[in-house]
Structures are given as structure tokens and as C-alpha cells.
Ligand binder design. Structure first.
Ligand SMILES: [Zn+2]
Length: 312
């Protein structure tokens, strides 16, 4: 019931805005501009080309207005979605994707021997933008409400899928992909990588590359080892399977708390947040509960969630 009422409000506001005083103001400005132009070039006010000029100026002003209106409408939709999904604050909007991608290095202490030959392992993306990145692992919980929530709130995230919990419902993740989410590699069976031989690790990683390519039409470029555990063979195998980067995480989100890697127990610009596709049988809450908690933390600290792929 509440849902329907909010939707009604949203479209009414949108309509009111489009036909509102600013629209008329825009036309008035356009008319003044045309009048000034007419005087400056000395052509007669009633010249045959005047209506065309007027039209062009009006079209220009209307174009500029509609861009502003679009941004306003998007923000309005976000406010409505935040209310609908029980977020106390509206999520902040991330800045545009950086024109130049940051130069990423493997985090100190996270290197393997000859690290420079292998994909980089990092927990934070170097940036001064006040953004964090949301990554969601495994895939056992397939909650349709979660897909709806993220789409309506326009919160970007990146998925790291492990086939053994995904294969019973590929269409769920296809929907996720269709909504703009990148599906990445978290191995076939979620084994502890350092306990496996190079060949076994390669099967786990390349096998998942093949599966994602077959099911979703795109070969991942990002890989995250189960539990964040890896050795040199893992990175060597990942590279041979076509992996370009190995993003780990600097904070982990649950339905009721956030765990931090750093001593200051805080978020930092560019931090990667890990969470999981889990449901009520795994933790005390639903996926939307978890997102509400993440977004409360992130927004209270003044961060926006940005798209990881925009920075890599
Ligand atoms: Zn995992």
C-alpha cells in the first residue's frame, strides 16, 4: 500500500516539475536572447529568419533544462527508493568515473615471489574520491528483492561467483548481469587454494572462467580467491586463465556490523567492501537488511558507493 502511494507521489512530483515555473522561465530567457541577437545584427524584428532562430534558441534552453531536470528526477527517484527500502538517509551519488584509471600496486605484505609478473592483489583502490566499492561473493542466496532493491537504489556492486552455489539458478545471475553488474571469478568449488596443486588451482580458476563465459557470455577479468587465501601458484594460474587483477577487501559487511582490516576501524577512500549472498539461515537477516546496514555505515561516513570497474 505504502509502495503504491510513494510511486504516485514520485510521478506527480516529476510532472509538476516538468511543467513548473522553471520551464516558463526558460522560454522567457530564450525569447530575450533572440531579441538581443536580432538587435545586435541589425536584422528586422519581423525578418523571415526570426522564427527559426527563436526555435533554435528555445530548443537550446529546453535541452539544458532537461539535463538539469533529469538529474533532479534521478535524485528524486533515489529519495523515493531510499524511503521505500527503509534507508534512513538517501545514498550519496558517486562522482563520474575517473578519466584516468588509478595506478594500482599490490598491497605491501600481500606480494608473492616475482609479484610483478602476476595480477595485482589489493584491498583499496588509490583515489581521493570519497567512494567505496561493494563486492558480493559466493552466490548461495538468490533473493529477488535484493535485485529489485539495488536496481531501484542504483547502488553499483561487483559479484564474485563460485559455481557450486550458483549453478542451480543461473537465470538469477543473468538478471543481475542485465542490470549492469559484472560477474567475476570466485572459483568452481570454493576450495582453499594454497592446499591445491598448481594444476588443481588452474582447474578451479580456468574452469570458472569457462563456466561464466558459457553461461553469461563474458569472460571475467577479476578473480578473488576463496577466504582471500592464495600463493604464487594461485596468481600464476589466475594469470594463465586471463585474470587481470585480484581485488581483496578492506572491510567486511554483515547484517548488523562491519569488520575492518585496518587498526583505525574505519572506511577510507577507495576501500573495497566484501559481503556475501547470504540469507536468514546463514546470518540474522535478509540481503536487503545487510544492504540497509552497509548503506547506513557508508552514507553516515560521507561516502558514495562507486563502480569498481570504473576505477580498474
Ligand atoms: Zn567466498
Amino acid at each position: 500500500m505504502q509502495l503504491v502511494r510513494q510511486k504516485g507521489n514520485k510521478s506527480q512530483q516529476g510532472h509538476r516539475y516538468a511543467a513548473g515555473p522553471r520551464g516558463r522561465f526558460g522560454v522567457a530567457v530564450a525569447a530575450l536572447l533572440v531579441a538581443a541577437l536580432g538587435t545586435a545584427c541589425g536584422s528586422g524584428q519581423s525578418g523571415p529568419d526570426r522564427p527559426a532562430k527563436e526555435k533554435a534558441a528555445e530548443a537550446g534552453a529546453a535541452g539544458a533544462l532537461s539535463a538539469a531536470e533529469k538529474a533532479k528526477a534521478a535524485q528524486q527517484a533515489r529519495i523515493v527508493a531510499a524511503k521505500k527500502w527503509g534507508l534512513r538517509k538517501t545514498p550519496l551519488t558517486a562522482p563520474p568515473a575517473p578519466k584516468e584509471k588509478p595506478e594500482i600496486h599490490t598491497r605491501d605484505g600481500f606480494e608473492v615471489e616475482d609479484q610483478e609478473e602476476y595480477p595485482n592483489v589489493f584491498t583499496t583502490v588509490p583515489t581521493e574520491d570519497k567512494v567505496v566499492f561493494l563486492t558480493i561473493d559466493d552466490g548461495s542466496e538468490k533473493d529477488p528483492e535484493f535485485l529489485k532493491m539495488m536496481q531501484e537504489l542504483k547502488i553499483p556492486y561487483t559479484a564474485f561467483l563460485s559455481d557450486y552455489v550458483v549453478r542451480d539458478n543461473y537465470p538469477y545471475f543473468k538478471k543481475m548481469q542485465d542490470a549492469g553488474v559484472t560477474l567475476n571469478n570466485h572459483t568452481l568449488n570454493h576450495r582453499y587454494m594454497p592446499g591445491l596443486s598448481y594444476e588443481q588451482q588452474r582447474e578451479e580458476i580456468c574452469g570458472q572462467q569457462d563456466t561464466i563465459q558459457k553461461q553469461f557470455g563474458k569472460r571475467p577479468t577479476l578473480f578473488r580467491p576463496p577466504y582471500g587465501n592464495y600463493n604464487q601458484d594461485t596468481l600464476r594460474a589466475a594469470k594463465s586463465c586471463g585474470i587481470k587483477a585480484v581485488p581483496l577487501w578492506n572491510a567486511e559487511a554483515f547484517t548488523n556490523r562491519m569488520d575492518y582490516r585496518e587498526w583505525d576501524r574505519d572506511l577510507h577512500p577507495g576501500d573495497i567492501i566484501l559481503t556475501h549472498f547470504r540469507g536468514k539461515e546463514d546470518w540474522k537477516g535478509t540481503m536487503p537488511d545487510m544492504i540497509r546496514h552497509v548503506m547506513k555505515t557508508v552514507t553516515d561516513k560521507g561516502y558514495a558507493v562507486a563502480r569498481l570497474e570504473d576505477y580498474l
